[in-house]
Design a protein around this ligand. Structure first.
Ligand SMILES: [Zn+2]
Ligand SMILES: [Zn+2]
Length: 347
């Protein structure tokens, strides 16, 4: 397949500025990079933040956003050993890590102090061809549905790692706050596949949908007078793991009350300026952990794709043309998307 010199991309020159669907040069891979011809790219809330420019860390400008890209390798750098032309590959939020800092050396690469972020500090996946560091690029199994895989590269990975951080054993209770959302609905499926008993917490008419994904119990928190008591009653003492994907400060501060003795509370959702308050007496008596989780490692990415290949996790997606990315952002802001949004990079 011949590689063109130019391609279509969506870029912006300033935060909140126009999202231009325009021609840009096809990038060339360095010695350690691969060039991927993207088929689909998931759209994540972080992409919206990158465009708005409302997070503390600055992005590069002009910026091509996107960090859930799935496609086929069409060229490799001279030093690349782990990919060949024709392989399927994915671009993740973490595009490159230094492999040498204190955290990389401990296998905690998500905390790398010198990382490149796709669609944030390096150009992302809202274009037809993208370069990615070969070490961090995800190896997508042959035959995978690339539209379905795309959101697993960030949302799926983030949900999976949060479950790993809860440190649960088979048969233990896992309460998932925000279970009906993009990350939450992945987490329910992973938790079920990992043998945990899932209490899904969300609002509205989502009970059947969430139970179909594998939750044992659904609680509509808006219809529940005392959520903490209800979870304690169902689990006979509290959930062994409580994971918060919601962006509600209140949900977190209630969630902390129904963690079981010696259990773990995992923070993922980040409400602006939120503070968790844990009663020190309860905390000491129950000796539970409060921890947090962000994206995931290469090994966890491999796990996620393996779960997908075995049919244990599915993506609910809505596909749009790349040229209509601004419409997707609009729908995202109005909370109108059904499942994860994915753009077709060739329309
Ligand atoms: Zn993301
Ligand atoms: Zn590092």
């Amino acid at each position: 397949m011949s590689i063109p010199k130019t391609q279509k991309a969506v870029l912006f020159r300033e935060h909140n500025g126009p999202l231009l669907y325009t021609d840009v040069p096809v990038p060339e891979p360095s010695d350690t990079e691969i060039l991927i011809r993207l088929s689909y790219s998931g759209v994540c809330h972080s992409d919206l933040h990158a465009w708005r420019g409302d997070w503390p860390d600055p992005t590069i400008l002009p910026l091509i956003g996107g960090h859930e890209g799935a496609g086929e390798v069409v060229a490799i750098g001279s030093a690349v050993k782990n990919f060949k032309v024709g392989d399927l590959a994915g671009v993740k939020w973490i595009n490159r890590t230094c492999l040498t800092c204190e955290y990389c050396l401990r296998g905690e690469e998500t905390c790398c102090m010198n990382q490149d972020i796709s669609g944030y500090t390096v150009q992302g996946t809202f274009q037809q061809y993208v370069v990615a560091d070969a070490i961090q690029a995800a190896k997508i199994p042959p035959g995978a549905d690339l539209a379905e895989v795309a959101p697993l590269l960030c949302a799926g990975l983030t949900a999976y790692k949060a479950l790993k951080k809860a440190n649960l054993q088979q048969g233990e209770w896992c309460a998932i706050i925000g279970a009906g959302g993009g990350l939450g609905s992945y987490a329910v499926q992973f938790a079920k596949a990992m043998g945990f008993r899932v209490i899904a917490i969300d609002a509205g008419n989502k009970s059947q949908m969430i139970k179909d994904l594998g939750a044992e119990v659904f609680i509509d928190f808006t219809q529940c007078d005392d959520l903490a008591k209800e979870v304690e009653r169902i689990t006979d003492g509290g959930a062994h793991g409580v994971i918060n994907f919601s962006v509600s400060s209140k949900a977190m501060n209630v969630g902390i009350k129904y963690v079981r003795t010696l259990g773990t509370f995992v923070i993922v959702g980040m409400p602006a300026n939120a503070v968790i308050e844990s009663n020190v007496g309860d905390h000491v008596n129950k000796q539970f952990n409060i921890t947090a989780s962000s994206v995931g490692t290469r090994a966890q990415m491999e796990d996620v794709l393996s779960f997908y290949s075995r049919g244990l996790v599915k993506s609910k997606i809505q596909v749009f043309p790349l040229s209509q990315l601004s419409k997707v952002y609009e729908m995202m802001e109005k909370n109108k998307l059904q499942g994860r949004a994915v753009v077709d990079n060739w329309r």
